[in-house]
Design a protein around this ligand. Structure first.
Ligand code: PLP
Length: 389
């Protein structure tokens, strides 16, 4: 077989690999604490599950329009107005099978050899992977612990060249739990006025998971970017629906049909039953969203304290999402070796910071989408495994 050359440059999301390794160890009888997880550990709220079951019974068994059900696209617009204060047109919403397709479509639409795409590093690994696949050059935006893992607007703007086609932002962020404060985004957007050739993809999939009263600042709130901002969001994290596979993009009116064309070429349309359930998610009671957020908040304080009690670890307080990203430099062990050691010796699955880009060396990602009991047990094991024998 002769695979196309492009397959050699496609990366992956190592969370899935660690998950497979952890499952293999469990199959051999090992007890593993899962702190690598990128999905809420809660069940999808009952009203949404019931809506999905009813949709199946009601005969939602066929294709839907490629861009999604009109009623769902309207519900998305209502939700955006409610939570972001921005008015968008249902025609500019493309419902997709997860949040990831919006990222994939945008990068493939703007990336090609000779183009440069700016992306957060450490950041969600799929950005860099798909940028490589598109043939474009990935240009990292360094996120540093000293600045709460937020970019410096001036430094980002300085990296823009005439070849820059896309700038990817992610707040609240995976893997760092960092957020972009309004002032920093204001500065970036003001600077972007000098660079009208740059489109912005804002991955706001964790927008409802914020703590300490932090406000979510959305790219859709900036009038000057109206014609060149793409918003990515979805149901996975907010409604604990990762397995249902549904997300959406809000696209500039001039290119939404191009994105839809990629969808038609690849997946036709999102799952019909999931779309009906997603209408209930947006229009039904929202209590469960706050209950999950507040459970994450409680665990956040615990994981932060426990991580800082491990010799060689130093953890800043995450402000959003459900990840802690401690520096592990003080252990003197590389991140990849720690990932292996914690999994095989301590029975704890967590991720090397380098799974999120080269600038993640010296860090590890621990997810707190797990019970307080498991978080405490996992970190006890991590601590013990670092004690001199
Ligand atoms: N964006 C970020 C930053 C993520 O962390 C994830 C999932 O972990 C996604 C997008 C993908 O979300 P979905 O599962 O809806 O495709």
């Amino acid at each position: 077989m002769q695979l196309a050359h492009r397959m050699s440059v496609l990366g992956t999301e190592t969370a899935f690999e660690v998950f497979a390794k952890a499952k293999a160890l469990e199959a051999q009888g090992r007890d593993i604490v899962h702190l690598h997880i990128g999905a809420p550990d809660f069940r999808t709220p009952d009203n949404i599950v019931e809506a999905g079951i009813k949709a199946l019974r009601d005969g939602w068994h066929k294709y839907t329009p490629a861009n999604g059900l009109p009623e769902l696209r309207e519900a998305v617009c209502e939700d955006i107005l409610r939570h972001r204060g921005a008015t968008v047109h249902p025609d500019d919403v493309l419902i997709a099978p997860g949040g990831k397709p919006t990222m994939f479509y945008a990068i493939m639409m703007f990336g090609e050899p000779g183009k440069e795409i700016l992306y957060p590093n450490p950041g969600f690994p799929i950005y860099e992977s798909v940028i490589h696949w598109s043939g474009a050059t990935p240009v990292p935006i360094e996120l540093r612990e000293e600045t709460g893992f937020c970019f410096d607007a001036e430094r980002v703007l300085a990296k823009i060249t005439p070849n820059t086609s896309l700038l990817i932002l992610n707040s609240p962020a995976n893997p760092t739990g960092g957020i972009v404060p309004r002032a920093e985004l204001d500065a970036l957007v003001a600077g972007l006025e000098q660079h009208p050739h740059v489109t912005v993809l804002s991955d706001e999939i964790y927008s409802r998971l914020l703590y300490d009263g932090e406000e979510h600042v959305s790219i859709l709130q900036y009038e000057s970017l109206k014609d060149r901002a793409i918003l990515l969001d979805g149901w996975s994290k907010t409604y604990a629906m990762t397995g249902w596979r549904l997300g959406y993009g809000v696209w500039p009116a001039s290119i939404v049909a191009d994105a839809e064309r990629i969808q038609i070429n690849s997946t036709s349309c999102p799952n019909a039953v999931t779309q009906v359930a997603a209408i209930e998610a947006l229009r039904g009671p929202q209590d469960a969203v706050e209950e999950m957020r507040s459970a994450f908040d409680e665990r956040r304080a615990i994981i932060h304290e426990e991580l800082n009690a491990i010799p060689g670890f130093r953890c800043t307080m995450p402000k959003g999402a459900f990840y802690a990203f401690p520096s592990t430099e003080g252990t003197g062990i590389s991140s990849r070796d720690l990932e292996e050691r914690f999994l095989h010796e301590a029975g704890v699955a967590c991720l090397s910071g380098t799974s999120f880009g080269a600038l993640g060396e010296g860090y590890m990602r621990f997810s707190y989408a797990n019970s307080i009991e498991n978080i405490r047990e996992g970190l006890r094991r991590v601590k013990d495994s670092l004690q001199p024998a």
